[in-house]
Design a protein around this ligand. Structure first.
Ligand SMILES: [Zn+2]
Length: 315
């Protein structure tokens, strides 16, 4: 599903992930202390130098073929050894009601997105992190299939301050089945879950392809998930990104405009929500992952810097 360009970037990424070249198995021969093996050690060293030079040459060729994008991507090249000031995301998946089995799949997918874009991803189900100090390291907090009343009043106030300071919120699926009594949160997520029919395949419509979370998505695409009806439409100011065709499945109750994903500026911060992500399979679907990663980057305020590197999907 990826273009050649994306493959080149991913290849470089994986080379970087291998770690320092001194960790290559061949270099262990250098530690031999047997003096009678000096001649063969020199030969081995020369062989290693040749291998390193060839590797360097191949790397330089890759650089020259993707020179400009690679330089632009440089600060966000993923490594296994992120600098302490790397942008960070927090995945919060506390549940006080229904618990989705797909939470572990979602965490793994978001961790992979973090590796792809050089972002640190922390995960927790401990609401105690919702303090000014606890949230300070993060550019966005991802409510991954949270349910019910999960924050106390002080934690809610801290999160309100966090968003007002210009940070980001991502809501995935049951994030709209969360905190019904916290009106500010209702505005942040945009609409509350009402009910859903059985899991089934339906047609998703990309109503706005201008957003980082929808760029490259097909105008209409089919997938299987649990399709939420909402108690209301998202606010008029929200940018509706995806809708569902209620003719394509049974159990939709919202009519001609049935939003599935939207984005909004909210109380000084950014809010992005997707209703998809009930099933574990969702988190290995290329189209859904492109949608999710674009939403996360946008909410984290990183989509401008990384727009060149969002998956360019063929369809
Ligand atoms: Zn669900």
């Amino acid at each position: 599903m990826l273009s050649g360009y994306d493959n080149a970037i991913i290849t470089i990424t994986r080379m970087d992930a291998v770690g320092p070249m001194t960790d290559m198995p061949g270099t262990r021969l250098h530690s031999s202390s047997d003096p009678w093996h000096n001649a063969s050690m020199i030969a081995v060293k020369l062989q290693n130098i040749r291998v390193l030079l060839l590797g360097l040459l191949a790397y330089c060729l890759l650089l020259s073929t993707a020179c400009i994008p690679l330089q632009a991507k440089e600060p966000l090249i993923p490594t296994n050894d992120l600098p302490p000031d790397a942008a960070a995301l927090l995945v919060f998946s506390k549940t006080a009601g229904y618990r989705h089995a797909s939470i572990s799949d979602g965490i793994a997918a978001i961790q992979t997105i973090g590796v792809e874009y050089g972002l640190r991803v922390d995960t927790t189900e401990d609401a105690a992190i919702f303090s000014d100090q606890g949230l300070a390291p993060y550019r966005a907090v991802i409510f991954l299939n949270t349910t019910g009343d999960i924050l106390d009043a002080a934690q809610e106030a801290a999160f309100e301050r966090y968003i007002r300071a210009g940070n980001g919120y991502v809501g995935v699926h049951a994030a709209s089945d969360t905190e019904y009594d916290w009106a500010w949160y209702g505005g942040l997520v945009g609409a509350y879950f009402a009910d859903h029919p059985a899991i089934q395949t339906a047609t998703v419509q990309t109503s706005d392809q201008s957003h980082p979370s929808t760029v490259g998505l097909p105008a209409a695409w089919q997938r299987r998930d649990e399709w939420y009806n909402f108690g209301s439409l998202p606010p008029a100011e929200a940018q509706i990104l995806l809708t569902i065709d209620e003719e394509s499945y049974s159990g939709g109750t919202m009519g001609d405009l049935h939003p599935l994903s939207w984005a909004q500026q909210y109380d000084g911060g950014r809010s992005w929500y997707t209703a998809m992500g009930h099933t574990g399979e969702s988190f290995s679907e290329p189209l859904f992952l492109a949608h999710l990663s674009g939403g996360i980057l946008w909410a984290a305020g990183l989509s401008d810097a990384t727009a060149l590197y969002l998956p360019k999907l063929q369809h």
